[in-house]
Design a binder for this molecule. Structure first.
Ligand SMILES: CC(C)(COP(=O)(O)OP(=O)(O)OC[C@H]1O[C@@H](n2cnc3c(N)ncnc32)[C@H](O)[C@@H]1OP(=O)(O)O)[C@@H](O)C(=O)NCCC(=O)NCCS
Length: 149
């Protein structure tokens, strides 16, 4: 699949993309990284969710990436990013379209994502595509490692 820029190809993410993808995420302030993004964890994620995460590649260079998976009921999208020089060319849109189509193909009819409240550009992007901020739900989290529990 190509985006509206013919030289850009969307491909399923594999572990071979890990280093350039992490470099892109690290250079993207709107993406929050943690130990859950180390190579072994991403390997496990891609293995559990094959064919749902994507990269955008221009002349062999990763210029966009997104993680996507589901738990059998709902989809979840993480870490959408496009390199600054390639933004506003439809690449983010194309990556999300591939995620959504792949979730639909697995009978998932709703998807969630996290976005930092102060990330106005990303919120504008998601709202352009009809994603809604949920005012009725609070995210609750806790560490479940033995040392933190
Ligand atoms: C959010 C992001 C992935 C969008 O990627 P992109 O390839 O530029 O997005 P698209 O070109 O597909 O944009 C589609 C539409 O979304 C809206 N949009 C995208 N970026 C926007 C911005 N900065 N401000 C307002 N609207 C925006 C526009 O309506 C745009 O259409 P237009 O260019 O015709 O006006 C990119 O800005 C990015 O990587 N940001 C940093 C990382 C980040 O914050 N990720 C979000 C994690 S939740």
């Amino acid at each position: 699949m190509t985006t509206n820029s013919d030289s850009i190809r969307i491909a399923a993410m594999t572990l071979a993309h890990y280093e350039p993808v992490v470099a892109l995420w690290q250079a993207s302030p709107g993406v929050g990284l943690s130990a859950a993004d180390e190579k072994a964890a991403i390997a496990r994620y891609l293995q559990r969710n094959p064919g749902l995460s994507f990269v955008a590649v221009q002349q062999g260079v990763v210029v966009g990436a997104v993680l996507c998976g589901h738990d059998g009921r709902r989809g979840l999208i993480h870490h959408l990013a496009v390199t600054p020089a390639c933004r506003r060319r439809g690449i983010g849109t194309a990556l999300v379209q591939r995620c959504v189509a792949s979730l639909q193909a697995q009978s998932i009819d709703k998807c969630h994502l996290f976005v930092f409240r102060d990330n106005e550009d990303a919120i504008a992007f998601w709202q352009t595509h009809s994603w809604e901020i949920r005012a009725d739900i609070a995210i609750m989290s806790r560490w479940i490692t033995e040392t933190e529990a």
